[in-house]
Design a protein around this ligand. Structure first.
Ligand SMILES: [Zn+2]
Length: 319
């Protein structure tokens, strides 16, 4: 595991965590999510360092090295079983049993569950008590890692600090497009759904892109139920499964940005900063509930449910 390289790719996330540590605002449960290979596992170990290192998580001292090498007695890790391609309930039970014994070392105990989205819903739910009630009165910190947030139960999502790891390419592509003269908002929106400059430029010219962009921007202007109903009536005729797909991808990215508002460098939709800031004022637990709902609706789109019904559900729940 090349932690230093991976961390440097997501430096802004580490800086935010460090700042939280300095201000004594580290959470007792984290959920890191994002594509394969974006440094989630490495960041989990680096976060563990922040709890123990005497030099603000230098990643170089003996303590940090010990943690990064997986040798620290108070840092436990469970990952996806190769044979089953998932995290089993037994692994979770074993972890809890290990934590019920007194630790040989002082200080908080940290567990990393790498692949929480592969565990069954009942296995995930068996962790809930564990998150909330530390064993033996020892502070316990959970770090959960997922590729697909739609497979994490909402009860876990609502109890964790969410940290999204952007694919490094999204930021890169967006910057490339901007330096090519593309408007900042178009650049970020296109980067979320394509993976190269020429595809992105083609996309920007399509009617579907323009219409869905307008839909999202109008959606973000809604402030109350009355406006929401009006909006629905106006837009309903042009809702298709295709533009709903696009709409949800952007809406999800928008929520992800809300959760990392403190990390301005790491935002994807920087052109919508004022809107993100406005949404970020909503109470965090409410935002997480909304986000879990949005993810759930998005996963329904794949089952060929009517786009209109899904949109109606979205509007009625959020406003
Ligand atoms: Zn250190």
């Amino acid at each position: 595991m090349n932690v230093l390289d991976m961390i440097s790719n997501q430096q802004h996330i580490y800086e935010v965590l460090k700042q939280n540590k300095i201000n004594d605002r580290l959470s007792h449960a984290y959920l890191f999510y994002g594509d394969e290979g974006v440094g989630k596992k490495e960041m989990a170990y680096a976060l563990a360092c922040l709890f123990y290192c005497e030099h603000e998580g230098c990643l170089e001292c003996e303590t940090c090295k010990n943690i990064l090498e997986g040798q620290h007695l108070n840092v436990s890790y469970i990952g996806v079983l190769e044979s089953k391609k998932l995290i089993s309930k037994e692994q979770i039970t074993d972890l809890q049993e290990e934590f019920s014994k007194t630790s040989l070392l002082e200080g908080p105990r940290i567990y990393i569950v790498d692949g929480i989205d592969t565990a069954s819903a009942s296995a995930q739910n068996s962790l809930l008590k564990f998150i909330e009630e530390p064993m033996n009165n020892t502070p316990t910190i959970g770090i959960f890692i997922a590729k697909d947030l739609a497979n994490v139960v909402s009860t876990i999502i609502s109890r964790c600090s969410l940290i999204h790891f952007p694919s490094i390419d999204v930021k890169k592509l967006s910057n490339l497009l901007i330096s090519d003269g593309v408007d900042a908002l178009d650049a970020s929106l296109a980067s979320l759904i394509t993976n190269n400059v020429s595809l992105a430029k083609e996309l920007l010219l399509t009617k579907e892109y323009q219409e869905t962009k307008e839909l999202v921007l109008n959606f973000l202007e809604i402030k109350n139920q009355k406006q929401a109903v009006l909006f629905y009536v106006q837009e309903v005729s042009r809702l298709t499964l295709e533009n709903m797909n696009l709409f949800f991808k952007w809406l999800i990215a928008f929520y992800e940005d809300i959760f990392k508002i403190e990390d301005k460098e790491g935002l994807i939709l920087t052109a919508l900063y004022d809107k993100i800031l406005m949404y970020a004022k909503t109470e965090n637990s409410e935002l997480k509930a909304q986000f879990a709902f949005v993810l759930n609706l998005y996963s329904k789109l794949n089952y060929n449910v009517s786009a209109k019904n899904i949109f109606h559900e979205l509007i009625s729940k959020l406003f």
